[in-house]
Design a protein around this ligand. Structure first.
Ligand code: NAP
Length: 277
């Protein structure tokens, strides 16, 4: 059973740094290379990409250019829903490794349980990649408890993490509870609700109280939850730096209560093939 650091620890979860850089829609080659390099040189040690983001090559270049050892970077990518048949998983994962310019991945996710996803077939290929040492940890994304139950049953490798949309407007209490019970880490995507949290009055009040930014408040709220990592996407240097500062923001019980009492709810990423649709 993996060891989880104590509640509130802001560094790693079973070897995964709790603050990572998201890269969805960071597709301009130079901008993507620069943002990954800058983030790593600023102290980030976790980068999240996906086959579908069309930027694995630039993410890899950013890692290669940064003055940080590859071994010190936790690198995650995801297999797209068209590539989830057994042989396609193997082939396209190897192509991702080539594009990223690395020998192995720290974490490889099933991007969505959709289209070509077949639990037995898809997950057998993930186990093979894991056995071969090309993938250190197996993850899933956008999985609901029923998919997690099935995946945990089928996989030989542990389900290391479930990456799902999570922020103060979508707290995902059921998945957090599931993760605690079954030792599945949660990686919060769109942790700023793609900008929607910036206008929420309660978030602004807490930010003013701490002389922090609303982005930092949203990230700090996620980070004080047990078993949760965050991967905000930022391309500008200011945003990358601002988000890193969330590691130094301690929210008190009153702040946490205020954020947990926000009534507004909203999901930002909601494609027709999502399992909840
Ligand atoms: P997000 O991180 O919630 O928000 C990103 C947006 O906020 C960008 O427009 C960014 O602008 C802006 N921003 C970032 N930091 C800021 C700050 N400190 N102050 C003001 N604005 C700031 O949204 P996301 O990109 O959807 O989610 C994050 C990552 O999660 C993705 O990049 C991707 O890696 C992952 N993700 C995974 C899935 C999945 O299905 N597994 C789905 C969605 C996302 P700039 O770019 O201009 O800095």
């Amino acid at each position: 059973m993996a060891q989880r650091e104590e509640h509130g620890d802001a560094s790693t979860l079973d070897g995964m740094p709790r603050l990572g850089l998201g890269t969805w829609q960071n597709t301009d080659p130079q901008a993507c290379v620069d943002s990954v390099r800058r983030a790593l040189e600023m102290g980030y040690r976790h980068v999240d990409t996906a086959q579908a983001y069309d930027n694995e090559e630039y993410v890899g270049e950013g890692i290669a250019e940064a003055d940080v050892d590859r071994d010190d970077v936790f690198l995650a990518t995801k297999v797209w829903i068209d590539n989830l048949a057994h042989d396609d998983v193997i082939e396209t994962a190897k192509a991702s490794l080539d594009r990223l310019g690395v020998d192995s991945l720290d974490l490889l996710y099933v991007h969505w349980p959709a289209r070509e996803y077949d639990a037995e077939e898809t997950l057998a290929a993930f186990d093979e990649l894991h056995d071969e040492g090309l993938v250190e940890r197996v993850g899933v994304s956008n999985f609901e408890p029923r998919h997690l139950d099935e995946a945990r049953e089928i996989l030989d490798a542990p389900v290391f993490a479930n990456q799902v949309e999570m922020h103060p407007l979508l707290p995902q209490d059921e998945l957090v509870e599931y993760g605690r019970e079954h030792d599945v880490n949660l990686v919060a995507y769109s942790p700023l609700a793609r900008g929607k949290v910036f206008d929420v009055p309660e978030i602004r009040e807490v930010a003013e109280k701490h002389d922090a930014s609303p982005a930092q408040v949203s990230l700090a709220w996620l980070l004080q939850r047990d078993g949760v990592a965050v991967i905000p996407k930022a391309s500008s240097e200011d945003h990358i730096r601002d988000n890193f500062g969330a590691l130094d923001l301690d929210l008190d019980d009153e702040d946490v209560e205020k954020i947990e009492n926000i009534d507004e709810r909203g999901r930002q990423v909601d494609p027709g093939f999502a399992p909840w649709n």
